[in-house]
Design a protein around this ligand. Sequence first.
Ligand code: F6R
Length: 606
Amino acid sequence: MCGIVGYIGDKRAIDFLLDGLTKLEYRGYDSAGVAVNCGDNIFVEKAVGRLSSLKEKLKNNLPVGTVGIGHTRWATHGRPSDLNAHPHSDCHKNFFVVHNGIIENYLQLKEDLIAKGHKFISETDTEVVAHLVEESYHGDFVLAVRDVLSKIEGSYSLLFMSKFHPDTLIAAKQDNPLVVGIGKGENFIASDIPAIISFTRQTYILNDGDIAVVQKNSVNFINRQGLPIEKKIFHVKWNAAAAEKGGYEHFMLKEINEQPKAVRDTISPHLNGKVTFNELNWNEDFLNNINKIYIVACGTAYHAGLVGKFYIEKLVRKLVEVDLASEFRYRNPIVDDKTLVIVISQSGETLDTLAALKEAKKLGAKTLAVTNVVGSSIAREAEFVINTAAGPEIAVASTKAYTTQLILMFMLALYMAQISKSIPAAEIERLIKLLKKIPAQISETLSDVEPIKTFAQMYGFNDDVFYIGRSLDYCVALEGALKLKEISYIHAEAYASGELKHGTLALIVEGVPVIALATQKSVYEKTLSNIKEVKARDAIVIGIAAAGDSELEKYLDHVIFVPDTDELLIPLLAVVPLQLLAYYAAITRGCDVDKPRNLAKSVTVE
Ligand code: F6R
């Protein structure tokens, strides 16, 4: 939540700040602001709303200074407004700060500062930080920042600028991401790599507790005690184009279409005749020592975890519980050194997931992170890490991250099955053969979007849509409903088909759209009878079925076919029409697909 950028060099800072904020707008977009040191004065401009409002305000008044900081906000404390937008400053406008995260003890600090005579103009937690620097400053900027960090509690990435020190920016990280990009005679600071990738691929990724003192020709790292830290340069492999729209109208559509490649890239490093995970190197003893597995995640990643449970339970025959990260650590989970906790996170920065991971570690569990961002906080915290290779996912609605998480969980289950010999080698071989076909089968699924567009146009203005399915189809239904809700704002609910008659069927009346997944052969007959139940109430039913299914069409208004494969792998195909349906429904309703209201890509607050 919230995006931070900073520039120090010889060029006009505003150019990088606006470019960087554009790339980070997915992190928050309810207001934005910049502060640029222009020598005699610090130029500040803020605007509520999208970044375009700030750009509009700046159009004829671009500051020329070469040092600056910027922010795009997702409101937590204080509603979106010009006054609550960052950067925030102290009483005398000598110190400016941008912040991503939450200062948990800000109310107490604010009271103390007000008692000392400080005047606050915003409702934010961040403003206390600016006043605290003012209070702690006695000529040494770094010392003042260190003093502030010793007083604040919570999660943050912070970037400080001072009128008194035009040659220095100071960044600090705790539980929220921050990278420093290294240029020639210029340096960049940002919440995430896409903001700096067009300028440099050489980066430092900050760890919790790190403080970066950034000047145009140097970056020095110290810890909270002021002791120097040695950091390794991290070379970003993906190029700038990977974080651009590449001719598509929206990032979401681009990312849906990137799925064949993303899935292929995720599979290929781990296939070598059999499934390999060099980064795990587990053996039979290791697996014998695990008697329980938790999968913990949020949102779409949680839905991938639900599918992962099926994979591991079916192929490895070990008990798996799936939990929402925001619930896991608050209910005293039964976790010990015989538990494996798998956390799934595209960004690797989701605060709830990170906190759940830390809790699991504290309780002695073995921990494995499945992330899409190498070097992310979650990747660094976990004992074991395996990566999806989706490339940067910019659209708020997750698509390619989900399918890559599914394929990696499938491969993880196969890997564990190979080690524990829980299924016959021939079955593993058969499944490997099928998984290799998945990228091409996703391409096939993507090749005929016209019927999906038509359905979206037909049902795009309905108030309610229901998704039903059994077994893995139910897991996919949950993901399909989330996609529709978050980008089209249509009320969508997913139900396990067998549950309908226990209550929900009361909502099914004439003309209500129901998306019915019927790809799971093992429960096909039962699914069919549930579909007939909703059809009998005159619902409009769109079926999702495997190619070759000649039954469903007999009963349904419309059927979308996906290529046939094993029922464990078919979720990777069945989800694609649901992603497209959500996308085109949002387009039909004129919604801002890549930046849905109230949401942000990376949720680094609780
Ligand atoms: C929905 C979506 C979110 C994320 C969730 C977890 O489309 O993107 O539900 O899946 O916020 O994010 P990560 O995977 O980054 O931990």
